[in-house]
Design a protein. Structure first.
Length: 352
């Protein structure tokens, strides 16, 4: 298997992972008016395509050394089951994230969902840490939680400003006053994000059971098994979300066939980008210990995808456009809270 073995290649792979995990959601934006449930069919296929090609091309490289096929023969079924279980949990978390994103955009859904996952993950890591700086860690957790709260307030404020602007632009008409449509509120986005964040906080722990410790799975077979499980279980999750839709009317799985070539291509591309990000993340974790970045830097790189996604949403897609100065100030405060929280938790969990 081809894995990074020098400090330079580890850094390159780590940065690639950060950018991929923070950028894949742009493909749903580029797909246009396309249900996220149908997008997800192509997304999981893209993950399988990416990880399958990587396993065959890179995981089988250097045949004189251990290949991904050899690794699968050596590990136990329990490790494989953990990897496949992580794919099932991933489906739930990702679909809830996409549901929130389809309503509120990247710059709200990512900080809400991944922010909740970060808070839970930080507390979990602290509870299992052999040594940690308690004050720094919990101040960092408080700042991360504050970032989640400010993200919710920012979206609520944005909705209020846009609603007031729309009402002022309307010409009063008694015939249409009672037929005014209601948009999805902030409460729904928050509920979807919190549940999605809980699911995504457990995902790396479950995957870690497969990739850490003696007789563990290497990155290539681990992500490949994850992708297979995600693809096989995705129809059950998609059927639930199309039967009980978040914002639109109920749909049928057959509606997937009505998508354009571009929409299907964007879904596959999103899966490829996410699969590359997850694979490279595991490759960094499996690199020689003396060639890896410090634990502090690793923590920031592993969890910084949230900020990359927020940057895309604010700068590229201008999702807070029209919100006014107060919304921009709240969005800035949200980013600062997440940056400070990540830094303090990283320092707290790696005091050396």
């Amino acid at each position: 298997m081809i894995l990074p073995t020098t400090a330079f290649t580890v850094w390159i792979v780590a940065i690639l992972s950060l950018l991929c995990l923070g950028s894949w959601a742009n493909t749903l934006k580029l797909a246009g008016k396309w249900r996220f449930e149908y997008f997800y069919y192509d997304f999981v296929f893209g993950i399988l395509l990416c990880t399958g090609v990587a396993a065959l091309a890179l995981g089988s490289g250097r045949a004189q050394e251990l290949t991904f096929q050899d690794n699968l023969l050596l590990v136990g079924y329990r490790k494989m089951a953990w990897a496949m279980g992580s794919g099932v949990v991933l489906n739930l978390g990702m679909l809830l994230l996409l549901a929130a994103m389809s309503i509120a955009g990247m710059s709200v859904a990512f900080p809400l969902t991944l922010g909740v996952a970060l808070v839970i993950g930080a507390v979990w890591d602290f509870a299992n840490a052999t040594q940690a700086n308690t004050p720094l860690t919990f101040i960092g957790v408080a700042l991360l939680a504050g970032g989640v709260v400010v993200a919710g307030i920012t979206y609520t404020r944005l909705l209020r400003v846009l609603r007031d602007a729309a009402q002022k632009a309307l010409t009063p008409d008694p015939r249409t006053k009672s037929k005014r449509q209601k948009s999805a509120g902030a409460t729904l986005v928050i509920i979807l994000s919190v549940i999605g964040g809980i699911a995504l906080s457990t995902f790396p722990k479950i995957l870690g059971e497969a990739t850490l410790g003696d007789g563990s799975l290497a990155p290539y077979p681990a992500v490949l098994l994850l992708a297979v499980a995600a693809l096989l279980s995705s129809p059950f999750f998609v059927l639930f979300f199309t039967t009980f839709p978040v914002t639109s009317t109920a749909g049928m799985p057959s509606g997937y066939l009505a998508g354009s070539g571009k929409q299907h291509l964007m879904g596959v591309a999103g899966g490829i980008v996410w699969g590359a990000g997850m694979l490279t993340s595991l490759m960094v974790a499996g690199a020689p210990r003396n060639e890896q970045p410090s634990l502090l830097i690793q923590y920031v790189l592993n969890n910084g995808a949230l900020l990359v996604a927020v940057a895309w949403g604010i700068l590229a897609w201008q999702e807070f456009r029209g919100g006014g100065d107060r919304v921009r100030m709240l969005a800035t405060g949200m980013v600062v809270l997440f940056l400070a929280g990540l830094a303090l938790v990283a320092f707290g969990l790696s005091p050396k």
